[in-house]
Ligand binder design. Structure first.
Ligand code: SAM
Length: 289
């Protein structure tokens, strides 16, 4: 009889999510975190860091398409893009589909994540060797201090606000992202979930800090079945462009990019938030003003 092996993640102290494991593929304690890759029966191959699900083959496209195509549709001519975190390569894979992009700086603190994903998760890491991608193995918080008026789009594809990702949710970091962007730049960030108390607090705190740094700051939602509660948010912060008004959606459609989750109707709709989320955002916007 086969062993009944399950991976379980605590979504809160009192709620858990489990996936039946077929086979453990890779395990390593890096300088920064514990990296595991395993095959699951329901979700395909899975990457976890310190026991938290980063991606599964079955639903990663929802996350990566929404973190990339929303800002890339809004910005009319993004050429220079910075990705902070994102060592699995899913964000870079989506960006690399735009011929208009000339340079992608990928700033990932942990080289071991990149090496492991290139070997065991080729479906997400496939474009990490694109000649336009420059990999920098360092802390995004430090990297961003030395850049000014350089990027069209910054994508913060980070882990949660504890461990190595903590600094990527600070006011200093968001302020430096603002400085590193050109005068019409856009920053999009992994913004946690509004549903459970811990992640809701993190998302409110992030929103309060971003509102203090950027003139335009909105939040949009995405459905990611394997993340806590399945209801996830991204932050859209911008110096000039509104996230969906006056956007040339036809221009994006002419690019003919085939997507599985993102489309231009969903783009605007994803900024329509449930009332309880709007209330949480308003609460901190009020504190920030
Ligand atoms: N989709 C994911 C999620 O929210 O679960 C994030 C995926 S990606 C694997 C996150 C990456 O951010 C990790 O590889 C981690 O090493 C990297 N990271 C964490 N803190 C960082 C920092 N301060 N600077 C640069 N990269 C960082």
């Amino acid at each position: 009889m086969a062993v009944d092996l399950w991976f379980t993640e605590n979504h809160t102290k009192n709620a858990r999510f489990s996936m039946k494991v077929d086979k453990l593929i890779f395990t390593k304690q890096s300088e920064f975190q514990r990296i595991d890759i395993f095959d699951s029966l329901e979700f395909g191959r899975v990457l976890t860091l310190d026991g938290y699900t980063m991606l599964t083959e079955k639903d990663e496209y929802m996350y990566h398409e929404m973190i990339v195509h929303v800002p890339m549709c809004v910005h009319p001519e993004a050429e220079n893009v910075l990705v902070i975190g994102g060592g699995d390569g899913g964000t870079v894979r989506e960006l690399a589909r735009y011929d208009s992009i000339k340079n992608i700086d990928l700033v990932e603190i942990d080289e071991d994540v990149v090496t492991a994903c290139q070997k065991y998760l080729p479906s997400t890491a496939s474009r990490l060797d694109d000649p336009r991608v420059k990999k920098h193995y360092e802390d995004g918080l430090k990297f961003i201090r030395h850049h000014e008026n350089e990027y069209d789009v910054i994508i913060v594809d980070s882990t949660d606000p504890f461990g190595p990702g903590e600094g990527l949710f600070t006011r200093e970091f968001y302020g430096n992202c603002y400085r590193a962007l050109k005068e019409d730049g856009i920053m999009v960030n992994q913004h946690e979930s509004p549903f459970y108390t811990d992640t809701a607090y993190a998302m409110q705190r992030a929103h309060e800090r971003i509102v203090q740094s950027f003139p335009i700051s909105r939040v949009y939602e995405v459905h990611i079945p394997t993340y806590p509660s399945g209801h996830w948010l991204f932050g859209f912060a911008s110096k000039k462009y509104h996230p969906y008004k006056n956007v040339d959606f036809k221009r994006w459609e002419r690019l003919n990019l085939k997507t599985r989750y993102y489309n231009v109707k969903l783009h605007a709709a994803s900024f329509a938030l449930p009332t309880y989320v709007e209330e949480m955002l308003r609460e901190v916007e009020h504190n920030a003003s």
